[in-house]
Ligand binder design. Structure first.
Ligand code: C2R
Length: 536
């Protein structure tokens, strides 16, 4: 027999026989989870139940289940229980941030051993794409949010009508989960985007090719993530194989004009319940086979581009409803344009570095936002950080072995923090964990990353660590300070230039000076205003 827990209003324990139970722990990939949902939640086997299939993880073992956790009084920073649809790594890191403030986070995920399960206040085993299950879950939470957008938006809309507090709003989830609808929405709001067009058949795809030229980017409207759902046709001849690779027109496809970007950028934008908006520093994201691999914070871009990227991200998020953090992915083109790629209505891989490098991590910020607490300071407390995703390099045990070798090296790297998501199954290219290296400059953290990866030339990279730091509180010092850089280059002195966050100049100058010394930087040249804030 399996013990199944119910909501506060009904009997605390329900008993079902094991054969009634539709969900079984298995591969925890999102795609597997989504197909599991197709197979199970939409199948008659599930629908035969009057009650939704809900299982609290603790109830499958010998734990005392005589009272439920949500019967206990709450004395955390907020009295509200946060319900999260999805329990992957993002849910796990939300739970970690919540535990700092004793905020209770419950997750809904079909896998008993999903990454968030071990540390969530409670884990309801069930599908986040199944209406009855989501409704049952919502009854136990004060506010409902998501860590994945492929959830049941129609149910969220229904729940909102019944007074359930969903943050961000169901309308936002509905727009975002269909990439084409997302593009239509943002173009209506005047956000710069690559040209795009829906395609319903091969003739339509050819017309798009004639209009936009080749290569042409074909995309699935829905259920696309981590690079899946994109296919490139280099010429008209490749159109039909690209369509097939995406599962055919029935899946719902659209095309985007190829954007020859020079960099991919991202901005995490937080919006509070009072509609206040706060943006994190712009980062650069580097992808490997369409999957985010490295994030550099802050992005090495001119001030004007930084401002433009932040403005576009701010405007994009302003057009959506609800509180939370949103990730805005952008392209920077050769001619200095910023085009929106896509938006995620939740914490995002491009914001993982914030755990170590910002005053408020994106995960804490999301909780603050959905709970109506004041938003925290998004600015960086370290001058630079680099995030490296641990993507599965092989299947099964060999993959775990390779990942753990790298983790072993990371543990010896100054400024490196290791995050391991505890996914039970290793697969190629799967996001298994990440490492963030924070330090006094991008040059230094990049050198640390190279030495961690044991890339060829890492020794020489380490050998050319900067000896001089040129630091200033804003771009306005640049016209004068660039001459200093020019002279150092002339004499072959390795150096780095760093512009710190203007409104945090004193603290940033101070922390730069202290950590630079540790890293072997011997001389610091500072703009007159900034110099006043340097120790000694
Ligand atoms: N990577 C993404 C995306 C996305 O990229 O669209 N959305 C959610 N996630 C995170 O990945 C987990 C699934 O990861 P797996 O596919 O490896 O199981 C989700 O639960 C969420 O935390």
């Amino acid at each position: 027999m399996l013990l199944l827990q119910q909501t506060t209003l009904v009997p605390k324990l329900l008993l079902f026989s094991k054969s009634d139970f539709s969900f079984k722990p298995c591969s925890s990939s999102l795609s597997t989870r989504l197909s599991l949902m197709d197979k199970h939640t939409k199948s008659s086997s599930l629908k035969q139940f009057q009650s939704p299939i809900l299982a609290c993880q603790a109830s499958t073992d010998t734990h005392d289940t005589s009272f439920r956790k949500d019967d206990l009084p709450v004395h955390g920073v907020s009295e509200v229980i946060v319900g999260v649809l999805g329990g992957g790594q993002l849910g796990r890191m939300l739970c970690q941030a919540a535990s700092e403030m004793a905020i209770k986070v419950m997750v809904l995920d079909p896998l008993t051993n999903c990454p968030a399960s071990a540390i969530a206040y409670d884990h309801m085993v069930g599908s986040f794409d199944d209406s009855a299950t989501v409704q049952e879950f919502a009854k136990r939470c004060g506010v409902l949010t998501v860590e994945i957008e492929h959830v049941d938006a129609a149910t969220m809309e229904k729940l909102e009508q019944q007074g359930v507090d969903c943050q961000p709003k169901a309308s936002t989830i509905r727009i975002i989960q269909d990439k084409h609808l997302q593009k239509v929405h943002f173009s209506r709001h005047g956000i710069p985007l690559p040209d795009f067009m829906q395609i319903d058949d091969l003739e339509g795809a050819k017309r798009a090719g004639d209009l936009f030229g080749y290569p042409l980017m074909l995309k699935s409207k829905r259920l696309a993530y981590d690079g899946r759902g994109n296919a490139v046709a280099k010429s008209e001849d490749e159109l039909s194989s690209a369509v097939n690779a995406l599962g055919g027109f029935d899946r719902g496809l659209y095309v985007e004009k190829w954007t020859p970007f020079v960099k991919e950028l991202a901005v995490i934008v937080a919006r509070g319940r009072d509609n206040s908006i706060s943006c994190y520093p712009v980062v650069e994201t580097i992808h490997k086979e369409n999957i985010c691999h490295v994030v550099k914070a802050p992005a090495d871009i001119p001030w004007k581009i930084r401002k433009l990227a932040t403005d576009v991200a701010h405007k994009a998020v302003s057009s959506l409803e609800g509180a939370g953090v949103f990730a805005v992915e952008l392209f920077l083109t050769k001619d200095g344009q910023i085009l929106l790629n896509e938006v995620a209505p939740r914490p995002h891989n491009s914001g993982h570095h914030t755990i170590e490098s910002c005053y408020t991590s994106q995960f804490e910020q999301h909780l603050r936002a959905v709970l109506g607490l004041p938003l925290g300071d998004p600015s960086m407390k370290t001058p630079a950080a680099i995030m490296y995703n641990l993507l599965g390099e092989d299947e099964g045990e060999p993959g775990f072995h390779l990942a753990h070798q790298l983790i072993g090296r990371a543990l010896n790297i100054q400024g490196a923090s290791v995050h391991w998501y505890d996914k039970p199954e290793m697969r190629k290219q799967r996001k298994m964990g990440h490492i963030t290296i924070a330090g006094p400059s991008m040059g230094i953290v990049e050198a640390q990353l190279k030495s961690m990866l044991k890339e060829e030339g890492s020794e020489s990279q380490t050998a050319v660590k900067p000896r001089v730091g040129i630091i200033m509180g804003s771009d306005s010092d640049l016209p004068i300070m660039k001459d200093a850089a020019r002279i150092l280059t002339l004499f072959g002195v390795p150096h780095e230039v760093r512009i710190v966050s203007a409104h945090r100049t004193p603290e940033m100058m101070f922390s730069y000076a202290l950590s630079a010394q540790d890293q072997g930087i011997q001389i610091i040249i500072a703009g007159a205003g900034g110099a006043a804030h340097l120790p000694g």
